[in-house]
Design a protein around this ligand. Sequence first.
Ligand SMILES: Nc1ncnc2c1ncn2[C@@H]1O[C@H](COP(=O)(O)OP(=O)(O)OP(=O)(O)O)[C@@H](O)[C@H]1O
Ligand SMILES: [Mg+2]
Length: 247
Amino acid sequence: MTPLLSARGITVRYGSLAALDGVDLRVDHGQRHALIGPNGAGKTTLLDVVAGATRARAGRVWLAGREVTRRGPAARARRGIGRIHQRPAVWSTLTVSENVQVAALPHVLRPGRWRPGGGRSAARRTADTLLARFGLADLGGSPAGQLAHGQRRQLEIAMALAGRPRLLLLDEPAAGLSATEVGRLVEFLRDLPRAVGVLLVEHRLDLVYALSDTVTVLRDGRTLAAGTPAEIRASAEVRRAYAEGVA
Ligand SMILES: Nc1ncnc2c1ncn2[C@@H]1O[C@H](COP(=O)(O)OP(=O)(O)OP(=O)(O)O)[C@@H](O)[C@H]1O
Ligand SMILES: [Mg+2]
């Protein structure tokens, strides 16, 4: 079957540093794929390349069999890539609800089928549903800039879902969350429709092992290991790499 995401030979350089050096990655439809590795391994850079935010010096990217190597982030989002960033990115002067509505708009406005008010109320319904799911319903009218870090993180996930992704890129979603918020995050990831593929960067290995069915380990811009959570957990090489370099 055609993979949901295929990236081959991805190379990114910053000056003399190879942030990524010929990395291959494949995520199948519905797969929960974790990307782990020490600080500076190239995990965020690889998500940037997949999302179209960073142009690789070499390598190619396909989404559901169509090449997107030369497409920008907006075109890739339209083709089904949703993303949350290592540092939550929300519109701080818009309300919490408006943030989700803006993210939903491309899906409720069909070109040539605009009916005044129709798209907007559909966006509002999407926002209400998602905010309730993330415990943010009471904050819908507040400026997003007033949210605490954990709430901002939840909002960003709600925004990513409003875009109805086929592939969700999550960069350290549990960082800075309270135990309750982490519990909600785990529940949410378990409840995602099975058709949605997930590429999860996470330092907390308990979450990685609980949530993923495949793990790729990066170190110094190269693939160190790939396999099932059980295989990765058993790898002495991976344990050594982690002991050396996770903040
Ligand atoms: N814009 C940039 N300019 C210069 N170097 C960069 C840039 N972005 C990343 N790097 C370098 O590329 C390497 C990979 O960085 P990246 O952020 O992808 O690592 P990471 O695996 O996400 O690490 P962490 O776990 O700390 O988030 C690092 O050495 C980093 O310093
Ligand atoms: Mg990172």
